[in-house]
Design a protein around this ligand. Structure first.
Ligand code: HDE
Length: 751
């Protein structure tokens, strides 16, 4: 059955709210803004599921050509397409007898199941992805002849975000670096921009990568701890490898615990070379700038989310897309002259532990990416996608960064094992949108039925086809690069020796509250180490970065403050672009809890809801029980709501104590039902956490009575009380800053 037919059928019989298009598929309308977990009727029969199609899933039509459909037809069949009458009971010699080996369906079903898993990625195992498109503004035309960067060019993309350390089933909100890998399906072939959410990396040479990964992964004896760097192995390694100090500082900052994938910057890290139509070259660094700003969780929120909702980031991404708050980034480049020494303002552009502050080389915007469709099948798309920094199109080239060079080898190599052979580029998500005529043949999982008699070059049997491109269309423009006359050596350039100044630069560019977070992160992570020598060695490096930071961490660990071993960096200019505090950002896709009960004013609740919706913000009614309360559907109950789900909270409760009790709340089981208590303990907890995490809190009407019971002072920064309209406007204003930053300062704490 095609998706269209399914749609017609559902329109006749199904309830109104059911969406029959495959959610998030290109071409389907974005849903109206609505909490995606709205209870709904069972879905109609599943639409046909696409199998290997001639193009990648991105941008492909919803119409399924039965010739390419992996799953279609109404009847359950074997893999061979024969219809089955029974799938629950095996063929046996009598009802109590042994199972017969001749039951093909049993053997096929179990055998296929036995092989459902593939090895997870050795790093970046946990991820989430989305489809979208990239539109170039033409600003890069003077730098590169890449066709997808020409003015107005539209290119389908698939973007996978990931955590580096944790395994596939670990939690999203661990403190970690995030992967930011984009596949561009350009008309000239695949271009992969395989970056991270931090512009620097731990190590300067790829040969150390296995050491780094072995150190940060859990202890090999007991696989503890999962998905974390707060252990002796990691700190042992980074304290012995001082080149890792700059990246470690980024990871200990708020960048290590993003609020959302939508609110992260992306960086290509290495320096790349662009070549334009005249053959002129420039060195560049890639930047992704999020439209919704760069924002983070607090450490306590990250920990709460790890337990409450380990899928916190992937849920946020797919909900935002499903509700139409499409994530967006500008792609930009920092441009440097392609000089022989490849050094810019004293920074070696081949050293991947260094970044170039935007104040020295502004980020020039060359296009915009929008994510507008969720994957249909996690395994087929997110798990099987294969990125490679060597997937380059005409006009984009690599440099001699020794980390990048090692990556060029690693990605295909790991994918050969992970995806079971050399034909993984034929998996639909990996297929180029450009014609492929590669003369690569056979091998495991070959699904091409390649014709022709002569898969070799040169040939005359296939009329000489495929032909070689000329200079006007071929990729891999080999720029003649002058190499310094040298001998083979295992040496690094002296310009790679400065390991501390950029950590200092980063730290000094942060606002006081962000620095406080950094000090707490080091104190937490080192506080979880057992080896005294490891703690002391790491804090001695902090003394080379910033004396005040070293003092704070040493005090938290109860160890003496070490003396610096290198001269202090005195000429470090702060880079204000690195701080996340102080600007206003769009609020689309933010979530606000509306705490209500049966006595709440229906009209007031509706007004708050519609004002938030009009601003593109999701109101989530939280009530004592499920069903209709105060004229709206309760999306969460006091039992199921968690503060980390919300960016702000508005209190609209009005019931007297006991009047609107949760029928399942057993007051004898630990809940205080004394007559003095005016607020449900779970609401108290919700409000208390929002207060601690410096989230905006609004109170309207009876909601005002909740504040005294939770210890929240009505006049405090970001506590908005008053008439409905002004409270909602004030909360929306607070949301633009992400958090009520003044509250951290006023309270003298930064959780
Ligand atoms: Fe990767 N990296 N990496 N990496 N990397 C992988 O490839 C590797 C590095 C990055 O969503 C692996 O298919 C080496 C820097 C991302 O599928 C593997 C070195 C940056 C992803 C690999 C690095 C990255 C990977 C594991 C040091 C930022 C996830 C599975 C020389 C610029 C891609 C796979 C996805 C994945 C090797 C360092 C980004 C093993 C050897 C620096 C975003 O091939």
């Amino acid at each position: 059955m095609t998706a269209k037919k399914t749609a017609k059928k559902a329109a006749k019989s199904g309830p109104k709210k059911v969406r029959v298009e495959v959610p998030g598929r290109p071409g389907s309308e974005p849903a109206t803004l609505e909490e995606p977990t709205t209870p709904r009727e069972p879905l109609p029969p599943k639409p046909d599921q696409r199998g290997p199609a001639p193009t990648s899933p991105t941008g492909a039509s919803l119409e399924v050509d039965p010739a390419y459909a992996a799953q279609h037809g109404e009847y359950l069949t074997t893999a061979g397409g024969t219809r089955l009458r029974e799938t629950d009971i095996s063929l046996k010699a009598g009802p109590r007898g042994p199972i017969l080996l001749r039951d093909h369906h049993l053997r096929e079903k179990i055998t296929h199941f036995d092989h459902e898993r593939i090895p997870e990625r050795v790093v970046h195992a946990r991820g989430a992805a989305a489809h979208g498109h990239f539109e170039a503004n033409g600003a890069a035309e003077r730098l590169t002849c890449a066709a997808f960067l020409r003015s107005g060019a539209q290119t389908p993309v698939f973007l996978r975000f990931s955590n580096v350390v944790g395994s596939r089933g670990s939690m999203d909100t661990a403190r970690d670096t995030r992967g930011f890998a984009t596949k561009f399906y350009t008309e000239e072939g695949i271009f992969d921009l395989v970056g991270n959410n931090m512009p620097v990396f731990f190590i300067q040479d790829g040969i150390k990568f296995p050491d780094l990964v072995h150190a940060v992964k859990p202890n090999p004896s007991n696989e503890i701890p999962q998905a974390q760097s707060a252990h002796d192995g990691f700190w042992d390694f980074v304290s012995l490898r001082t080149e890792a100090q700059a990246h470690t500082m980024w990871q200990m900052s708020d960048r290590g615990i993003p609020r959302s994938y939508r609110m992260m910057e992306g960086f290509g890290v290495h320096t790349f070379r662009l070549v334009n139509a005249e053959g002129e070259t420039a060195l560049i660094k890639w930047h992704w700038k999020p439209a919704f700003g760069v924002h983070s969780l607090t450490w306590e929120e990250a920990q709460l989310a790890a337990g409450n909702d380990p899928d916190y980031h992937r849920r946020d991404l797919s909900d935002a897309i499903e509700t139409g708050a499409f994530p967006r980034w500008d792609l930009g480049v920092q441009v440097f002259p392609d000089t022989e020494d490849q050094i810019f303002e004293g920074i070696d552009l081949l050293d991947p532990t260094k970044f170039v502050p935007e104040e020295l080389a502004p980020v020039q915007i060359i296009g915009t990416m929008t994510l507008d469709a969720n994957p249909v099948n996690y395994f087929a798309e997110t798990e099987q996608v294969a990125f490679h920094p060597g997937h380059l199109v005409r006009g984009i080239d690599v440099t001699n960064d020794p980390l990048l060079q090692a990556r060029l080898f690693s990605y295909i190599d790991t994918q050969l094992t992970r995806l079971g052979g050399p034909n993984f580029e034929q998996i639909p998500i990996n297929r180029p949108h450009a014609p492929v005529n590669d003369m690569l043949r056979d091998g495991f999982h070959q699904s091409g039925d390649q014709g022709g008699a002569a898969p070799y070059h040169p040939n005359s049997l296939d009329g000489g086809c495929p032909f070689l491109a000329d200079d006007t269309s071929a990729a891999f423009i080999d720029v003649p690069e002058k190499l310094a006359a040298s001998h083979t050596v295992r040496e690094q350039p002296a310009s790679f020796d400065d390991h501390f100044s950029q950590a200092t630069l980063f730290y000094r560019s942060l606002s006081p509250v962000e620095r406080e977070h950094v000090a707490q992160a080091y104190s937490f992570e080192l506080g979880k180490c057992f080896e005294q020598a490891v703690k002391e060695r790491q804090v001695s490096h902090l003394a080379n970065i910033d004396d005040e930071l070293a003092e704070r961490v040493a005090a938290a660990l109860g160890i003496p403050v070490p003396k610096p071993t290198v001269p202090p960096a005195t000429d470090v200019e702060a880079s204000p672009a690195l701080s996340q505090v102080g600007e206003s950002w769009p609020v689309a896709g933010r979530r606000v809890a509306l705490v209500i009960d049966s006595a709440s004013d229906n009209g007031g609740v509706k007004k708050v809801r519609s004002k938030l919706l009009a601003a593109g913000v999701l109101p989530v009614p939280v009530a004592p029980h499920g069903g209709q309360v105060a004229g709206v559907d309760a999306q969460r109950t006091y039992l199921t709501a968690a503060s980390i789900e919300f960016d702000a909270i508005i209190l609209l409760t009005a019931a007297a104590p006991g009047e609107d009790a949760d029928p399942n709340l057993d007051t004898k089981a630990g809940y205080d039902d004394s007559p003095d208590r005016t607020v449900d303990p779970r609401v108290e907890k919700l409000v208390g956490e929002c207060w601690r995490h410096s989230k905006s809190i609004g109170a309207i009407g009876g909601g005002l009575d909740v504040l005294p019971a939770t210890g929240v002072p009505a006049g405090a920064p970001g506590v908005q009380v008053g008439e409905t309209v002004e409270v909602v406007e004030a909360v929306l204003h607070d949301l633009q800053q992400h958090r009520v930053w003044q509250r951290f300062a006023a309270e003298g704490r930064a959780l």
